[in-house]
Design a protein around this ligand. Structure first.
Ligand code: IMP
Length: 178
């Protein structure tokens, strides 16, 4: 049994489904930990994990990095989502043709030591919000090679997402397949 320390129910549900494919049981634990202000998700995760006095646990930090905005909102994704919302990102990209973006997820796992894993999915920012599934930036993110946002096609999100990639890496590590 491993524990996902998060207060985000959506993230937990996604992770649980991915780990189930590997026969690994995951439970949610709500333990407060500091989310430092840093330039990378990796630093945020490493620092957070150091302050958690438990084993067989992992934490995750994710962000949306928009190419034409120099990677913004990136490590500030949560703050921008909570204060301004998806509409603000769409506004910043009004009349901008280059709409490429990357969703990135970093997981820190504490077993015998600390291991860091990264998952990414490339895509484009839609012209408007579409769909009701998922959470956060899902209604404005269209993965490369597809036409629907993650919020319009949740199965697609579960197949391709940054979280899928990163949780698979952790699952393979735990099953000794990496
Ligand atoms: P955090 O990892 O909880 O700090 O998330 C940072 C921000 O990115 C939050 O505003 C989340 O809503 C958003 N976010 C994280 N993961 C996803 C996702 O899978 N889809 C859409 N938005 C996400």
């Amino acid at each position: 049994m491993i524990y996902f320390i998060t207060s985000n129910e959506n993230k937990f549900k996604e992770a649980k489904e991915i780990f189930a494919e590997y026969g690994i049981e995951v439970e949610q634990k709500k333990v407060p930990y500091p989310e430092i202000q840093a330039d990378t998700l990796e630093e945020v995760v490493e620092e957070g994990l150091k302050s958690i006095d438990e084993e067989n646990v992992f934490i995750e930090d994710a962000g949306l990095f928009v190419d034409s905005l120099g990677g913004f909102p990136g490590v500030y994704s949560r703050y921008v989502e909570d204060t301004l919302g998806n509409g603000a990102v769409l506004k910043l990209l009004k009349d901008v043709k280059e709409r490429g973006a990357v969703f990135k997820s970093v997981v820190g796992y504490k077993g015998n030591g600390i291991k860091i894993f990264t998952g990414k999915v490339e895509g484009d920012i839609a012209e408007s919000e579409k769909g009701t599934a998922g959470f956060g930036y899902d209604p404005i993110f269209v993965p490369k090679g597809f036409n629907n946002t993650f919020a319009e096609d949740f199965n697609l999100k579960m197949r391709l997402s940054h979280r899928k990639q990163v949780m698979e890496k952790l699952a393979k590590h735990l099953s000794g397949k990496d």
